[in-house]
Design a protein around this ligand. Structure first.
Ligand SMILES: Nc1ncnc2c1ncn2[C@@H]1O[C@H](COP(=O)(O)OP(=O)(O)O)[C@@H](O)[C@H]1O
Ligand SMILES: [Mg+2]
Length: 324
């Protein structure tokens, strides 16, 4: 029997070297992702939120091994895929896909939709033969609610929302189990964001997909995710079920982040926490808890040592000495 956990990320770290000088010597490093742990259950959506530059994309791409992690482990469906060969990665690519933020940049403008959607089928030798291929292409268009005549058109003939539907169809072509959705609606008009989010949710049910849903829009994340992890400067600082995080955040950073969302009922008491200062650079992160220079609850211990994980309930954990 297979386990309930599809993806288990353990102590994942990714640093990028900073090169400088005449001979491109390594002069420092960016700690983009630092000792991150997360588990994603089959069929669920884990949301991943945090300000721009906190390491969300790097984490998503490291999980898929589109970039090589510096250390840590990625266990997918019970198999450690951290160090598998490029030959083996190919087989896993079929099961793990990614949808990017910018549907304009991720589609080749010189390819028709038919070529775009056929490419992954060719690479993985799926639905071979003209008849089977065409049938599959129609099915993919049907999944994303685009008409059959889309096949002979080019990306520029579509709206932003339709282009993202083409990207979703391309990701679905190889029948994946797991999809990293990296801010899939951030570049779209607000009016079409909900349509694309609802489509992703319908497809998840129909095709039993598991998502890591990256976003900086907390409303979107709350709507789509069963659980949410919050990142700050390369670290996951809090993880909980999404309703729990909105009402009962324990980490001061989460509390501040979520207090910035307008509430639908303004008569309800709503304290808005304004964070002072900018996000520090991941090149020289602050000592101790990386959030301490902006935190109103910080004390000496926070300045000195990074907090380990506190399991508040079975489904709620955080890294903080002075939770709110
Ligand atoms: N290829 C790279 N080389 C050097 N630094 C990078 C690279 N990719 C990302 N970074 C740095 O890593 C940090 C995290 O970036 P990213 O993962 O894109 O954050 P997010 O997706 O949350 O906005 C940033 O400081 C960014 O500048
Ligand atoms: Mg990003």
């Amino acid at each position: 029997m297979s386990s309930e956990i599809l993806l288990d990320v353990q102590n994942l770290t990714k640093s990028f070297p900073i090169k400088g000088g005449l001979f491109g010597k390594r002069v420092g490093q960016v700690s983009a992702v630092n000792n991150v742990n997360l588990k994603i259950k089959r069929g669920e959506t884990l949301g991943l939120v945090g300000e721009s530059g906190c390491g969300k994309t790097t984490l998503g791409r490291s999980i898929l091994r589109l970039i090589e992690p510096t250390s840590g482990k990625i266990i997918f469906d019970g198999k450690d895929i951290t160090h598998i060969s490029s030959e083996e990665i190919r087989a896993y690519r079929r099961r793990m896909q990614i949808i990017f933020q910018d549907p304009y940049a991720s589609l080749n403008p010189r390819m028709t939709v038919s070529t775009i959607l056929s490419e992954p089928l060719e690479i993985h030798k799926l639905h071979e033969g003209k008849e089977a291929r065409t049938k599959r292409l129609y099915q993919l268009l049907d999944y994303v609610q685009l008409p059959k005549d889309a096949l002979n058109k080019y990306p520029h003939e579509f709206s932003g929302g339709q282009r993202q539907r083409i990207c979703i169809a391309r990701a679905l072509a190889v029948e994946p189990d797991f999809i990293v959705c990296d801010e899939p609606v951030s570049a779209l008009d607000v009016s079409v964001q909900a349509q694309v989010v609802n489509l992703l949710m319908d497809l998840q049910k129909e095709l039993k997909l598991t998502y890591l849903f990256i976003a900086h829009d907390l409303k979107v994340v709350e709507y789509i995710s069963s659980r949410v992890s919050v990142m700050y400067l390369g670290n996951v600082v809090e993880t909980a079920e999404s309703h729990e995080l909105y009402g009962h955040a324990k980490h001061p950073y989460t509390k501040a982040l979520f207090s910035a969302i307008p509430v639908p009922n303004p008569t309800k008491h709503h304290e808005r926490i304004i964070l002072e200062g900018d996000i520090p650079s991941p090149v020289n992160p602050p000592s101790g808890c990386h959030f301490h220079p902006r935190c109103w609850k910080a004390n000496q211990q926070c300045r000195e040592t990074y907090p380990s994980v506190t399991s508040f309930t079975k489904t709620h954990e955080f890294r903080c000495y002075n939770p709110v």
